[in-house]
Design a protein around this ligand. Structure first.
Ligand SMILES: *Cc1c(COP(=O)(O)O)cnc(C)c1O
Length: 359
């Protein structure tokens, strides 16, 4: 099922960034955005591409008071053959619907949502940057917009998509990150919203992130919210460890975000013959491996950086160095193969890329 999409083009197109090495992440936005309204008695209606700009929100809107918001993040790539492609977009759409179900927000038709993403990207295709390592980041988001303060599942909502040309995540080559394991705050608990990609999870995580940054760490590694014993994930990335030749990654217990880069990495690693264990991994087991030398590599996975090597792990006054603070061999291979498929440099044998149009 496709949604109707009207298109109103901007009368004042913005100049495109000239220096693609200075794009950064999520600071520049394209000329247009997608908006669509929802009402319980009408379903989704008024799908429209309009000039990028502020969205009017009622002061009593549910999103402002009760945090009724979910989002997604995916990238459109300009391949070496100058085609514009999306990486596994249906996975993002399915996850958006799972998040919607958890927060009692209205779901979208999968095929209709894919059509929205493709229509917007095709219109903005000149904004997909050309330099190696760059892409057009898409941020679909959906929020409750009832104009009154009663607390209940929403009857009105907005679905929106904005696009941002983003730079190579590693401008100066891939540098391993320093990670602090958080022992006070928790991000999510089983039965909560950890598996949903919702703004509220991020609101609750900012304090620990600030604390870690002040101590010189880039990101926080979260432990489970009940026993504070098992590794869950890093900031906006899932996490994987190579211990004694095997890959271990926390199981999706409900409080971990089911990352698409995580899923793709697991599929690829298994295809290469690695044993991948999705299970509980305690911080004690991890540090025992770090001490006896069997922890060989550690990395995070997520759409923004794709693969991010971990060089240092800090917990309760102790710091461990992983693979001499250098990118590990398997981490590099995973990065090269995932980005190789995304940029069309190596064959997409898994069928992960979805063509939008010629560039
Ligand atoms: C988005 C996100 C990830 C990574 O998911 P990808 O689909 O790989 O981009 C991991 N953890 C959290 C908390 C996230 O929000």
């Amino acid at each position: 099922m496709k949604y109707e999409i009207s298109i109103t083009k901007t009368a004042a197109p913005k100049p495109h960034p000239t220096d693609e090495s200075k794009l950064g992440f999520g600071r520049i936005f394209t000329d247009h955005m997608f908006l669509m309204d929802y009402a319980a008695d009408k379903g989704w209606y008024n799908g429209r591409i309009v000039p990028f700009g502020p969205i009017p929100v009622h002061p009593a809107s549910t999103v402002l008071h009760y945090g009724a918001e979910i989002f997604e993040g995916l990238k459109a790539y300009r391949t070496v053959n100058n085609e514009i492609k999306l990486f596994r977009p249906l996975e993002n759409i399915k996850r958006l619907n799972n998040s919607a179900e958890r927060l009692c927000l209205p779901e979208l038709d999968e095929e209709g949502c894919l059509d929205i993403l493709k229509t917007l990207v095709e219109l903005e295709k000149d904004w997909v940057p050309k330099s190696e390592g760059t892409s057009l980041y898409l941020r679909p988001f959906l929020f409750g917009n009832d104009p009154h303060l009663g607390v209940h599942a929403v009857k009105e909502a907005v679905f929106a998509v904005i696009c941002s040309p983003v730079g190579a995540y590693y401008a100066e080559g891939i540098n391993p990150v320093k990670i602090a394991i958080e022992s006070e705050d928790v991000r999510a608990v089983r039965g909560g919203t950890g598996y949903a990609k919702c703004g509220g999870n991020y609101a609750a995580s900012l304090r620990a992130g600030e604390r870690a940054e002040r101590k010189g760490y880039t990101q926080v590694l979260w432990l489970d919210g009940v026993e504070r014993k098992y590794i869950e994930e890093v900031g906006a990335m899932n996490v994987m460890f190579k211990i004694d030749g095997k890959i271990i990654t926390p199981a999706l217990t409900g409080s971990v975000l089911p990352g698409i880069t995580r899923k793709s990495s697991i599929e690829m690693l298994r295809d290469w013959g690695y044993e991948v264990e999705e299970r509980l991994l305690s911080v004690d087991e991890l540090f025992a491996a770090a001490e006896d030398g069997s922890l060989e590599e550690a990395w995070g996975t997520g759409t923004a950086a794709v693969v991010s090597p971990i060089g240092h792990l800090f917990y309760n006054g102790k710091e461990y160095t992983v693979s001499n603070n250098e990118i590990g061999e398997l981490t590099q291979k995973l990065y090269d193969n995932l980005t190789g498929i995304q940029w069309g440099k190596i064959e997409d044998k898994y069928g992960w890329c979805e063509k939008v149009c010629n560039g």
